[in-house]
Design a protein around this ligand. Sequence first.
Ligand SMILES: Cc1ncc(COP(=O)(O)O)c(C=O)c1O
Length: 416
Amino acid sequence: MKTPSIKKAALLGGEPILSKKPGHFPWPVGGQQEKEAVRRVLHSGKWGTLGKECAEFAAKYAEFCQAKHALPVINGTTAIELILRGLGIGYGDEVIVPPYTFTASVHAIVLTGATPVFADIELDTFCLSATAVEKAITPRTRAILGVYVGGRPFDVDALGAVADKHGIPLIEDAAQAHGSEWKSRRVGSLGKAAAFSFQNSKNLSGGEGGAVTTNDDELYRRMWSIHHNGRSWNSADMTSVCLGTNARLAEWQCAILLEQMKRPDTCFEARSRAAARLDDALGKMPFVSVMKKDERITRNSYHLYCFRYHAEALGNLPRSVFVRAVQAEYVADISEGYCQPIYEMEMLYSDDFKRMTGRTFENPKERLPNNETIAHKEGCWIYQSSLLGTDDDTDRIIQAFEKVADNAEELKHAFA
Ligand SMILES: Cc1ncc(COP(=O)(O)O)c(C=O)c1O
């Protein structure tokens, strides 16, 4: 039998760089300490409803974010919704949001009754553009919800200045950005309030879960009440003083998160090292643009390693084929990113949307040329767990890009 060639792309039947999907980057990672944590809760007799683990995690997470308060909640989507509701935002209001985000950022806005207004992103950061936000502001704008895409802090100074100028709050969607820093200050304390997610894939994972952080005492108390069926702050009284829900995080998850918090620093080092190595090598490839360097970003969690792919520099090899071909080399989990813009999704044109917001959604794509480019043509990312290997592992990712480039013509022929 003929041995498959190592030079031929695996997608074309060649030998992949690794013989199988790497088993050495499992995510999330747990062990004896997480088992002990679950056992601890099991034997405590208190499995939920604002217990000891929840209080301890809230205190530790607030400290981690350099914020005054943290409120553990059931997930990141609810965290955003709680912030908006805590700020009194709802029906008839508008919230500015980037289109390059997970749908949850938009769902959370609509679930309060407010209308999401999309403002364009920057091509070289994938984050919200302050200039575009300024243009999207109307008398109904009540907040700016910025998203730290892949963990990269957006331009906090520029967006903060627009928010201040118009007297509206800047909210951080930090679902992907645990531990990232802007000018040596942690995300989670840079705006009015921040939302985090601890969903399975996140750098800090509890399987599911989320948190809100804020420095504002009053907002914190309002969000606390809303997340606890509207009960008044810190009272055991069953009376509801406001409309609320049950968004409390279970003790199991808080206990696991406390253990997971002991791990992120080593993972952070590995991701940063891999990202710097990728920046160096991929930055020299004509078909890749790496993200803009910004000295003000003093720490990036690299939940995603984002980059732009330029098909025209690889003989018009479509992005989808490029990504499949790299994936087939088994060196990394790579994706075309948010390739279906949220403003094309059915949910915004549904009767539900009209009922919730009282508005008819109009496709804003003409105003979003950068998002159109990144979503449909250029945006790509590598998932954080593929950045946890050694330098050799990272070099294999670089090798895969080179190998796919060498096979571009044939790949295009076979798959485009
Ligand atoms: C940017 C962003 N916002 C919000 C969320 C929602 O978080 P969750 O899945 O915990 O509800 C996510 C989750 O992937 C996200 O990536």
